[in-house]
Structure formats: C-alpha cells, structure tokens
Design a protein around this ligand. Structure first.
Ligand code: UDP
Length: 265
C-alpha cells in the first residue's frame, strides 16, 4: 500500500513507521521498476524552501521517509498525522539484512575511499551472505558518470545505496535513476561513515530523548552552520500553527451575535 504523503511547510514527506517503510520497500523490490527512498529532516525542509529544484526532486522520490524527529513533531503540531521517525541510517542496515536474507544484490556508492572500504567490510561481517556486487567512492567526475552507470547496470544490482550528502545525492538519484536498472536506490547521507565507525551515532539515551541532533552538534561543532536550520524550522512550524489557529478561531474573538454597544446619551 502506498503511504499517505503530507506536506510540511510545503515540503512532502510520507506518513510511515519503520515497519511500514520496510513492508513498502519489500513490495517495491518485487516490482519491476526503479524506486527511490529519500530522507526528509528539518534541515532538508529548510533547504528545499530555498531551493526549488531540490523541492521538485523530493516530489519525484518514490518514498520520502521522516528521517528527523523535527518532522515527526511538526506533523503532530500541525495536525497532519501521527507517525514515527524512520532514520535513513537505521533503514539501510535493515535493508542490508533483507538483502542478505533474500539474495538481493547491493552496491555502495559514496564517501571517501577508506570509509567505503571499511563500510563494505563491516557489512560483510555483520550480514553474512550479503552480496555486495560492487562499490565506488563518492568523488567521481561528471564525465565518468556514464561509466559508473554502465558498471552498476552490468552488475545487475537490486539495491543501490548512495552516500553523497544532501542535496548532492538527491540530485544524483533524480538525474541517474531513470538510466539505472536497479530496483531500489536509497540516499543515505553520512551512513557509510557511521557503519565504518568514523562517526558515532548518539547513545541510546540521547536517541530515546529525541536529542540525537544535539549529540551530533556537541560532538561535531562544525555542524553549527547546518544546525541553524533547526530553530528556523521550529519558528516556521509555530508560525504556520498560529496562522492555522487564527483562521480556525480568529473570528470568534469578535462574536457576531453581540449587539453593537451604543454609547449612552
Ligand atoms: N560525499 C561524497 N562525495 C561528495 C560529497 C560528500 O561521497 O562529493 C560523502 C562524504 O564523504 C560523507 C557523505 O557524503 O561520507 C556526507 O555525509 P553527511 O554527514 O554530510 O551527510 P548528511 O547525512 O548530513 O546529508
């Protein structure tokens, strides 16, 4: 079943839980056409508001997972739906597990050479039997892209993971997916770095308190510029909520039924 697609500040996202995402992806993998999975978080929402092309690309993705907790809370605050966070970095390992179980052929594209090699090795250890048909680091010149596409196609890949960061990977997926004979392509951002152990995910307590973003900021202060999108996102969501309240209830502040008071003469 296709998930319901809502819009947060005009940016689309699918109402999904992790299980629903997996079920959907599983059914998609059995269909003949190529599908894309792209993550939506507050940072990407704010980027898409400034970048019309990114917004259009998101609209063309097959599945838009609610990757950031901000997106989940925003949907609740705006009364658009209740769903849970589906982090792309958790969906990828689950897809690897599925691939190992069902014999799907995978390909990893993105990240630095050493990070990629280490991610490939870790996945092979963690998911015995997984077929990693090939891999390619993420610093490929435009003129070499046709060769990469040909290589991926010749390897008969089912699931392609693309880790180029945002918005580069959304651009890449939108541009090259029509030329690829894969069944599924997931944009995974910095997930290869996490799998390779170069970047640590937040400890469970931070994740449970929905403070993963804070942990990432505290452990990597260079992200501060990117994280400024968060307060802007919160502000825009609250503004939209206030606007919505005004439309719904604003007229009640001047009740129609009250007769106009005339001054006593
Ligand atoms: N990257 C890449 N090619 C590029 C730019 C970035 O392969 O041209 C890789 C980079 O090495 C890193 C990942 O893309 O492994 C981006 O990670 P980041 O944490 O910035 O992504 P996010 O999940 O925050 O979008």
């Amino acid at each position: 079943m296709k998930p319901e697609r809502i819009e947060i500040l005009g940016v689309p996202v699918d109402c999904l839980t992790m299980n629903q995402a997996l079920e959907h992806v599983d059914s998609v993998l059995m269909s003949g056409t190529a599908h894309s999975v792209v993550a939506v978080n507050p940072e990407k929402v704010m980027k898409a508001l400034d970048d019309k092309r990114l917004l259009e690309r998101l609209g063309r993705a097959s599945v838009l997972i609610p990757d950031g907790i901000g997106v989940v809370f925003a949907a609740r605050i705006l009364g658009l739906g209740r769903f849970e966070r589906v982090p792309g970095s958790e969906l990828m390992p689950k897809l690897c597990e599925l691939a190992a179980r069902k014999g799907y052929r995978t390909f990893l594209f993105g990240a630095a050479v050493d990070v990629l090699a280490s991610a490939v090795e870790t996945l092979r250890q963690r998911y015995p039997g997984i077929i990693i048909a090939g891999s390619q680091h993420g610093f490929v010149a435009d003129e070499d892209m046709p060769g990469l596409i040909e290589r991926i196609n010749s390897l008969e890949v089912d699931i392609l993971f693309v880790a180029l960061g945002s918005p580069k990977q959304e651009d890449w997926i939108d541009r090259y997916l029509p030329l690829l004979r894969v069944r599924l392509c997931q944009g995974v951002g910095g997930t290869f770095d996490v799998i390779a152990g170069r970047v640590k995910r937040a400890p469970a307590a931070f994740r449970a308190a929905h403070l993963e973003w804070f942990y990432r900021l505290a452990t990597n202060p260079q992200r501060i510029r990117r994280q400024t999108a968060l307060p802007k996102f919160v502000f825009e969501v609250l503004k939209q909520r206030a606007k919505h309240n005004f439309i719904l209830f604003g007229h009640r502040t001047t009740p129609k039924s009250q007769p106009t008071q005339r001054p006593h003469s």
